[in-house]
Design a protein around this ligand. Structure first.
Ligand SMILES: [Zn+2]
Ligand SMILES: [Zn+2]
Ligand SMILES: [Zn+2]
Ligand SMILES: [Zn+2]
Length: 442
């Protein structure tokens, strides 16, 4: 398994001088943006921000941002707006920022045709909805900034390329999109063989992010390298709808093509028509959005709306704070609705495992319960997202510790002999080793 670490592809210029760029080709504000610093993309408050002397857009009040190079490229163009834009400091409804990303793309096209080619190679997806919504406002702003009408098809294409391919910035207090043309060529798969990290590049500064894509399992020669667009810890309808809304395609990956989420029943609800409650509702089809659901035992069908309502109700219960006040009741109510491996049950299980309430490490039953909880969680996590992942590492860290404590306690209480004690320790040691690989990979 050691290969999987050496198999890491690292998108970092220094380590990889021939190919993958470490820096994004375009960095810019999000389409729906709070007022952000056009240099470092920090979300700004009216108080304390400075005005760019060139274009009047707000910037962070610090020298690096006031004279940075990210913004200098479009400053003169934005100055043509003559400060004629009203910022809403409380919401993301600042369409003027949607135009900045497009402007940066148009400037890249003019200034670096080679790099632009990589961007222009990407797929924009279906942009009809953009044409019908705010593209008109963006075109108007661009026309004024450029001093001539912007080409509508070109602008829509850039907006589509951004929506389909750009990564959202994940840094605290910052908001924006980063476009890495090489990464964008990787296909989405909810059962992907890599994960990526985006970290702020200290050396580059000014909203520069370094992307690293790492293998989480061994990847065979010739095998497609895939990435995931949505979190692995979400149910089938949740993933499909998010992917559809953001990227306009129906995910047909191995996991999304299997109504059982690879045998885990991660999306399954209990069937109310089954006499003994032994059946589970699963999506009756995976090649359409919002399919009907069918019981795997009695064949009973439910419409998508009914299932969505049941799910929303469960989600509401989880959010309501019952976990803190009445955890047993919450568990009981969700158990009546969902498969024990449903992602909401796993979410609760994960919370119980990491946030320990009424847990006494000197009580054998408490420890036993936690080891069982950790093992169950690990089983599902490994099935839906195998390999050396951060989540698996975090679970293993706590599980190995609990397992050792349980073994020691049982030996003290003379519940187990030396042989069983040693075998528990060996298992815990193996878990620690895997944990280390998970964290080394991150
Ligand atoms: Zn700044
Ligand atoms: Zn400026
Ligand atoms: Zn999928
Ligand atoms: Zn049934």
């Amino acid at each position: 398994m050691g290969n999987s670490i050496s198999a890491s592809i690292v998108f970092q210029r220094k380590k990889n001088p021939t190919g993958f760029p470490s820096r994004p080709s375009i960095v810019g504000p999000a389409t729906k943006s709070y007022p952000v610093c056009l240099e470092c993309l920090s979300i700004l408050r009216r108080e304390g921000s400075a005005k760019c002397p060139g274009c009047s857009f707000p910037l962070c009040n610090k020298p690096d941002c006031l004279s940075g190079r990210s913004h200098s490229g479009e400053c003169r163009q934005l100055a043509n707006l003559k400060g004629d834009f009203v910022l809403d400091w409380q919401t993301r409804n600042n369409i003027v920022y949607a135009a900045v990303f497009v402007l940066r793309a148009l400037n890249l096209e003019r200034e670096d045709p080679e790099e632009w080619k990589e961007v222009d190679f990407l797929m924009p997806g279906d942009t009809t909805d953009l044409r019908d919504s705010f593209a008109g406002d963006v075109l108007d702003i661009l026309g004024r900034a450029l001093g001539q009408p912007a080409d509508e098809d070109r602008v829509l294409r850039i907006m589509g390329i951004r929506r389909t391919n750009a990564n959202a910035m994940s840094a605290e207090g910052k908001q924006g999109n980063l476009l890495y043309p090489v990464y964008a060529l990787m296909n989405s798969n909810c059962y992907s063989n890599t994960f990526y990290t985006l970290t702020e590049d200290e050396e580059e500064g000014g909203g520069r992010f370094k992307m690293e894509v790492r293998a989480q399992v061994d990847i065979a020669e010739g095998e497609e390298i895939t990435t995931r667009y949505v979190c692995s810890f979400d149910c089938l309808p949740g993933r499909q709808i998010k992917i559809w809304q953001n990227w306009r395609f129906l995910c047909r990956c191995r996991r999304c093509s299997d109504p059982t989420d690879l045998g885990t029943y991660f999306s399954a609800l209990r069937c109310r028509a089954c006499p003994g409650g032994e059946g589970f509702l699963l999506p009756a089809a995976t090649d359409v959005l919002n399919p009907p659901w069918r019981c795997d035992s009695c064949g009973h069908c439910e419409g998508p709306r009914h299932v969505t309502e049941r799910l929303s109700e469960c989600q509401r219960l989880v959010k309501e704070g019952l976990f803190a006040s009445r955890p047993a009741e919450l568990w009981e109510r969700l158990s009546r609705e969902l498969h024990p491996n449903h992602f909401l049950m796993c979410t609760l299980r994960q919370k119980r495992f990491f946030v320990r309430d009424r847990f006494d490490p000197k009580v054998e039953r408490d420890l036993e319960d936690m080891v069982a909880t950790g093992e169950k969680l690990l089983e599902v996590v490994t099935a839906i997202d195998p390999g050396f992942t951060q989540r698996r590492g975090r679970i293993l860290k706590v599980l190995a510790r609990d397992r050792m404590m349980l073994a020691r306690l049982r030996r003290e209480l003379r519940l187990i002999g030396e042989k069983e004690f040693k075998s528990a320790l060996r298992l815990a040691a193996a878990e620690c080793k895997t944990m280390a690989l998970c964290f080394l990979n991150g």
